[in-house]
Design a protein around this ligand. Structure first.
Ligand code: ZN
Length: 87
């Protein structure tokens, strides 16, 4: 969806500029976590995943596939679900 909506604009901005937007949004999420406004926090989560998706799209990376390859419904370290790794 993000590719359909924004790929043309993301392409003009480029990887560096898009990464900077992502880091700004992560900072905003951090600020939202300091408060107690769940709706605002939810919106910041949406912004982070949107910009992460835009960055992945620019690099030709399928974010869902990448996540499932690394985390195939079990922990990549202990191979259990739920994870049983010790801290
Ligand atoms: Zn584990």
């Amino acid at each position: 969806m993000m590719k359909y909506l924004y790929f043309h604009r993301d392409s003009e901005r480029g990887v560096k500029g898009t990464f900077e937007w992502l880091t700004d949004e992560v900072e905003e999420l951090g600020e939202a976590l300091q408060g107690e406004d769940k709706e605002a926090t939810e919106k910041e989560f949406a912004d982070v995943i949107a910009w992460l998706s835009s960055l992945a799209n620019l690099l030709g990376i399928d974010l869902e596939k990448a996540a499932l390859n690394k985390y195939p419904h079990l922990c990549p370290k202990c191979k259990k679900a739920p994870c049983e790794c010790t801290f």
